[in-house]
Each structure stands twice: as structure tokens, then as C-alpha cells.
Write a protein that binds this ligand. Structure first.
Ligand SMILES: C[S@@+](CC[C@H](N)C(=O)[O-])C[C@H]1O[C@@H](n2cnc3c(N)ncnc32)[C@H](O)[C@@H]1O
Length: 243
């Protein structure tokens, strides 16, 4: 998979050289092509922003440097053009998985007060938001999106870390997890996890997953088709009022 990034801060993307994502980049599961928008500034002062018509605070990224940066990418490598924007559709696991099947994605990273609408209208296929809050530029949003997308490319995560068991993969939150030591500051790992009984452990994990989802993100249950067993666990939990 190939990502093109239009940004004024290409250095920020060094972040992708670390951990499991860095490994995937090194072994060619995906590539990153950075395009510095400032190369196409409208004057020798490196200007890429202008005052918004009709007034308003701050500056807006002008359309010409963005268009020229896009033209630097071979046409057959542009793929889907996505503007990271707080007005976009929220990114979620389903969307990340869907995007992981694209051959190429070009991310446009806004700065200042955003970008000129005419560029969006003509060149952007989709707008994506990473949440209902404002950050100072699209770079961190692109990084989050790339990380979330790349995790779904087959082979990026080892079998042990498979994204199939991540939170949201089945629409639910993952329950609590424990590692060594068995007792930490008088808190003991739940007995069932030490029992060696795989069936019971699996059931406990399912129960805790449903419990976490009801307690923390009950609205997620509206979009999940629970299995018969999960429905039973949910009913038991609600009737026992142990939540
Ligand atoms: C300071 S923000 C501009 C916010 C703009 N004034 C508004 O109210 O919508 C600058 C850039 O950061 C990026 N950005 C900010 N919040 C974002 C979010 N929640 N998701 C994705 N990108 C975001 C966008 O690329 C945006 O153009």
C-alpha cells in the first residue's frame, strides 16, 4: 500500500519508523511519499496561506500550492484523496479496515484555519475526522489514520497480535488484561486466568468484554449483532445487576 502525504511538516512522519508500524514499513508492507507543500509557495517568502474572504480569524491554505503538490504525484499513484478535517466523517475501525484495501491514498494535511473550499470541491474524494476535537494540523490525524489502516494489512501484525482480537474488531471493547507477576501490590490476577481451562477463560473474556462495553460505551451495542451466547451473557449481566 502506498500513502502520499501533502504537508508543510514532512519531518513529523518520522514517527512511522517505530515499533510494529516501523517494522511493516521496513519490510515493504506500505510506503510513504512525502510532499512538502511549501515547495509550491506562491512567492519567494514561502507563502502558502492567505486571508479568508469575508473576514474571520487566521489564515487559510491557498488552493494553488495544494494543486501543484498533487500534480507532483504520478496520476496512477494518487489513489483516494482524503482531507483530514474536523468536518469529516469520524474514522473508526470499520473505515480503517475498508481503507486498508486501497492501493494508494493521498492525505492532505491542513494547517492554520484549514484549506480553501475550492480545492476540496475539485480534488478531495473524502474528508475524515479523528474525533470531535480540534488539533493544530492534519499531520497527527494522518499519522493516526495510517497506523489504524496499516494494522489491517495482512501480515503487518504477527499472528499473536492479530487485529481480530483488538477492541472494536467485533464491535465490542476488549476486557481487562493481566501479565506477570501473579500478585501486584496485593492485587491478584483473576483465578480463572490461572486455571488453564481454555473454555472457561474464553467465556470469562467474553463476559468481561460485554461488561466493559455496557459500562463504558453502551451505544456500541446498538451496532453489534451479538451471538446467542453473548446475548445470554448480556441478559445475565443485566438481570443480576452486577454492573
Ligand atoms: C486548527 S485546524 C482548523 C480548524 C478549523 N478552524 C475549524 O474550526 O474547523 C487545522 C487543521 O488541522 C486538521 N484537523 C484539526 N482537527 C482535526 C480532526 N479532528 N480530525 C482531522 N483533522 C483535523 C485539519 O487538517 C485542519 O485543516
Amino acid at each position: 500500500m502506498n500513502f502520499n502525504i501533502l504537508t508543510i511538516f514532512p519531518d513529523l512522519f518520522d514517527t512511522l519508523d517505530h515499533g510494529v508500524i516501523g517494522k511493516a514499513k521496513n519490510n515493504g508492507s506500505f510506503s510513504i511519499n512525502l510532499h512538502d507543500i511549501r515547495k509550491h509557495a506562491v512567492n519567494k517568502h514561502g507563502q502558502i496561506d492567505g486571508k479568508p474572504y469575508g473576514g474571520g480569524e487566521g489564515m487559510l491554505m491557498m488552493p494553488q500550492p495544494l494543486k501543484k503538490s498533487l500534480e507532483d504525484i504520478p496520476k496512477n499513484k494518487i489513489g483516494k484523496v482524503i482531507y483530514l478535517s474536523p468536518q469529516g466523517k469520524p474514522l473508526n475501525n470499520i473505515k480503517a479496515k475498508e481503507l486498508s484495501t486501497e492501493k494508494s491514498i493521498t492525505f492532505i494535511c491542513g494547517r492554520y484555519e484549514g484549506i480553501d473550499q475550492r480545492f476540496i470541491d475539485k480534488y478531495v474524494d473524502e474528508e475524515i475526522s479523528i474525533g470531535d476535537f480540534i488539533i493544530s494540523g492534519g499531520e497527527l490525524a494522518a499519522l493516526c489514520s495510517i497506523d489504524a489502516i496499516v494494522r489491517h494489512i495482512p501480515g503487518v501484525l504477527g499472528n499473536e497480535d492479530s487485529s481480530e482480537n483488538d477492541t472494536f474488531s467485533n464491535g465490542l471493547l476488549k476486557g481487562p488484561q493481566y501479565s506477570r507477576p501473579e500478585i501486584f501490590e496485593e492485587m491478584k490476577v483473576p483465578d480463572v486466568l490461572l486455571s488453564g481451562n481454555h473454555e472457561k477463560i474464553k467465556e470469562w473474556k467474553e463476559l468481561k468484554s460485554i461488561e466493559a462495553t455496557i459500562n463504558r460505551r453502551p451505544e456500541l451495542l446498538n451496532n453489534v449483532k451479538l451471538t446467542k451466547k453473548q446475548r445470554k451473557l448480556l441478559e445475565d449481566l443485566t438481570s443480576q445487576r452486577i454492573l
